[in-house]
Design a protein around this ligand. Structure first.
Ligand SMILES: Nc1ncnc2c1ncn2[C@@H]1O[C@H](COP(=O)(O)OP(=O)(O)OP(=O)(O)O)[C@@H](O)[C@H]1O
Ligand SMILES: Nc1ccn([C@@H]2O[C@H](COP(=O)(O)O)[C@@H](O)[C@H]2O)c(=O)n1
Length: 239
């Protein structure tokens, strides 16, 4: 094999700089806007995007469909081991219901479930589908557990009242009737389960950039995220 010094020059020196896909981790509580942000960041950089919450939702829905209790570790663990995310289940509209969200946060507290879903998430980050040059994963434990070596980490948050209001408007926009106080209580219950569980609790990684979007609209949140990602990776968005 010729040494690097004797190799013929095949193109600009910068071409060979990225020898592995770039990984951007975006975590945060429910309705903080991390999914909206992750999709937009992925599109801007030409990266693949994985909404890891949909994996937990798929497991929760599978347990419910089998007539089981999402908090039952045996039922939840079995459903996670049987999950084949490549089969299109993540696009099932049933995953977007509040019932699915609550079931997801119950199965997510089961260590066997988290272990069963870990490999798929890491493979996505290491080998993004379609040969994309990078991956954006959003969830609760991407920066802390799934991709602790991510090139840029964001923890997107907002006050629980602001998040409940966003979710309420989202539900209303989809024509789903919702009671504001119920939405707020559900949000608090999910926050508590996600941040108090023993395994991979929701919390910012020590090296995460905390982005509070309580007073930011989606464009302002995106601008702040892009500035941070640029400062960590030296890359700017393509679009
Ligand atoms: N900065 C923002 N300001 C106002 N509304 C926003 C902002 N970001 C996102 N939204 C809206 O808030 C709602 C929730 O956003 P999104 O689904 O991205 O949150 P999420 O953190 O991914 O939620 P979940 O974890 O429950 O999937 C959506 O209706 C979205 O359009
Ligand atoms: N990395 C993750 C992602 C999600 N969860 C759990 O799933 C629930 C649903 O997630 P959404 O992002 O779709 O709202 C969430 O409440 C968490 O309990 C997780 O644990 N880890």
């Amino acid at each position: 094999m010729p040494s690097a010094a004797s190799s013929p020059v095949k193109g600009p020196a910068t071409v060979a700089v990225h020898t592995r896909p770039l990984v951007i981790a975006i975590d945060g509580p429910a309705a903080s806007g991390k999914g909206t942000l992750a999709k937009r960041v992925a599109a801007a950089y030409g990266f693949a995007h994985l909404d890891t919450g949909s994996l937990y939702r798929a497991v929760g829905v599978a347990v419910l469909r089998a007539g089981g209790d999402p908090a039952d570790p045996a039922a939840a663990g079995r459903a996670a081991r049987d999950l084949h995310p490549e089969d299109g289940i993540l696009a099932d509209p049933d995953l977007r219901t509040d019932e699915a969200a609550q079931a997801a946060s119950k199965v997510a507290a089961v260590p066997e479930v988290r272990a069963a879903l870990l490999e798929f998430q890491r493979r996505f980050a290491e080998q993004p589908p379609g040969g994309a040059p990078g991956a954006v994963l959003d969830g609760r434990d991407i920066g802390t557990v799934v991709c602790p070596g991510a090139d840029a980490k964001l923890f997107v948050t907002a006050s629980v009242e602001v998040r409940a209001d966003r979710r309420l408007k989202e539900l209303q926009g989809r024509g789903i009737p919702a009671i504001p106080s119920d939405v707020l209580e559900d949000m608090k219950a999910r926050d508590a389960r996600d941040s108090q569980r023993a395994v991979a609790p929701l919390r910012p990684a020590a090296d995460a950039f905390v982005l509070d979007t309580s007073a930011l609209d989606a464009d302002q949140a995106y601008a702040a995220a892009i500035a941070h990602i640029g400062s960590k990776t030296g890359l700017g968005p393509k679009a």
